[in-house]
Design a protein around this ligand. Structure first.
Ligand code: FNR
Length: 342
C-alpha cells in the first residue's frame, strides 16, 4: 500500500492536467492535450454501474482498449495515454467503486472520484457534490477504493460553504490513503463565472501536506503556459487542472505558445479521425473551440450544419485524413478476419 501511495503521489506532483469534462474529455482531446504538453489527462466522469455493464475489448482496428456497452463506447484508452490517463468515476458506493477499480486498473494510471458535480442528475443519485455532506460515505468510498486498487486513487471536491468545514473534510480525506486531492475553488451553488476562492484553496494546501493538492477553477486570464505556472504558485498547490480553457484552446498546454483556433481544430480532427470518435462528440468539441466564431467563420457555419464526422472534416479540409484512417481501420479489420479464419 505504501508503494502505491508513493508512486501515486509522484504521478500527481507538479503536473499540468486536463480536467475531467463530460462529452469532451474523451480519447481525441486527451491525446491532443498530452501531445501539446499536458502531463496528465482525466477522462470524462463515468458512472460506476455504466462502466460495470461494459465488456472490455481489444480493438484491433483502432488500436485501443474499449469498454463497450452494445455499440456505445463508454471508455476508449489509447496506447499513447498509458500511464498518463486518470479515470474519473461517479459513485455513491464503496463496493461498486472497488469493482470498477479491479475492472479497469490494467488500462488506466489512476482512479479519481468526482465529489464536486452539482448537476441534478449527479446529486439526485447521491453522487458528485451530494457526497460533500456525507463524510462517512466519502471515507467508505475512498478506503474501499484504496484497498481494492493497485493503482493510485484521488478525488476532486468543491470547497464547502464554511471554510472550516472544508478543512475538516480534507483532513479526513487525507487519512483515507488517497494519492492526491483536487480542489475546485467554488462552492456547490456557485458556477463557473463566479470567482474562484483562491484563499480557500491555499488554506487546503497549507493544511494537507502529505499529498499533492491539485488546484482547479480558473479566475482571471490564463493566456499562455506561463500563466498556468503563475496560477499554481498563487494557489500554493502542487498541480494545476484546467477545464474550460483547455476545451476552448487545447494548445494552452504548449510551452511554445497557443495556436490559432483553426490549427487547434485541425489538430483535434486528426485525433478524432484516428480514434474514430463519434459525430456528436466531435462536433461538440469543434464548436467549443470555435466559440462565437461558429457564426462568423464560414467553416464554423459549415460545422454547425454538418451531419457527420466526414462533413465536419470537409469543412476544415481534413476529408483526406478522415478517409485514410477509415481505410486503415478497414484494412486492419480484414487482416484480423483473415487471421481468425486461417
Ligand atoms: C466539467 N466539469 C466536470 N467536473 C468533473 O469533476 N467531472 C466531469 O465530468 C466534469 N464535466 C465537465 C464538463 C464541461 C464541459 C465543463 C466545462 C466542466 C467541471 C470541471 O472539471 C472544472 O471543475 C470546472 O470547469 C472549473 O475549472 P475551469 O473550467 O475553471 O478550468
Amino acid at each position: 500500500m505504501e508503494d502505491q501511495m508513493e508512486s501515486g503521489t509522484a504521478l500527481y506532483t507538479k503536473k499540468t492536467i486536463l480536467a475531467p469534462m463530460v462529452r469532451a474529455g474523451r480519447t481525441p482531446l486527451r491525446i491532443l492535450s498530452l501531445d501539446y504538453g499536458a502531463d496528465l489527462c482525466y477522462t470524462e466522469e463515468i458512472v460506476d454501474h455504466k462502466l460495470l455493464s461494459c465488456e472490455r475489448i481489444l480493438n484491433d482496428a483502432v488500436g485501443t482498449i474499449d469498454y463497450k456497452n452494445g455499440d456505445d463506447i463508454v471508455l476508449r484508452i489509447a496506447p499513447e495515454e498509458r500511464g498518463r490517463c486518470v479515470l474519473q468515476i461517479g459513485t455513491n458506493n464503496g463496493e461498486s467503486a472497488a469493482r470498477v477499480a479491479k475492472f479497469v486498473q490494467t488500462d488506466v494510471a489512476a482512479i479519481d472520484v468526482n465529489m464536486g458535480c452539482p448537476k441534478p442528475f449527479s446529486v439526485h443519485a447521491g453522487m458528485g457534490a451530494a457526497l460533500l455532506r456525507q463524510t462517512d460515505k466519502i471515507k467508505d468510498i475512498l478506503t474501499s477504493l484504496v484497498q481494492a486498487a493497485e493503482i493510485p486513487v484521488s478525488c476532486k471536491i468543491r470547497v464547502l460553504d464554511d471554510p472550516s468545514d472544508t478543512l475538516n473534510l480534507v483532513r479526513e480525506i487525507e487519512k483515507c490513503g488517497v494519492a492526491a486531492l483536487g480542489v475546485h475553488g467554488r462552492r456547490r451553488e456557485e458556477r463557473n463565472p463566479d470567482k474562484c476562492r483562491i484563499e480557500e484553496i491555499r488554506e487546503v494546501a497549507r493544511t494537507v501536506t502529505s499529498i499533492p493538492i491539485i488546484t482547479n477553477g480558473v479566475s482571471g486570464e490564463i493566456d499562455c503556459y506561463e500563466d498556468i505556472e503563475k496560477w499554481r504558485v498563487q494557489t500554493g498547490a502542487s498541480s494545476v487542472m484546467l477545464a474550460r480553457k483547455a476545451l476552448a484552446t487545447p494548445s494552452i498546454f504548449r510551452r511554445e505558445g497557443v495556436l490559432e483556433k483553426d490549427k487547434d481544430i485541425e489538430a483535434f480532427l486528426d485525433k478524432a479521425c484516428k480514434y474514430d470518435e463519434s459525430y456528436t462528440m466531435t462536433k461538440y468539441v469543434v464548436q467549443r473551440i470555435l466559440g462565437a466564431d461558429q457564426e462568423y467563420d464560414p467553416r464554423g457555419r459549415k460545422t454547425v450544419c454538418a451531419g457527420s464526422v466526414l462533413e465536419i472534416c470537409r469543412a476544415w479540409g481534413k476529408e483526406q485524413v478522415y478517409e485514410e484512417w477509415h481505410r486503415d481501420r478497414q484494412r486492419r479489420c480484414c487482416k484480423r478476419k483473415a487471421r481468425v479464419t486461417e
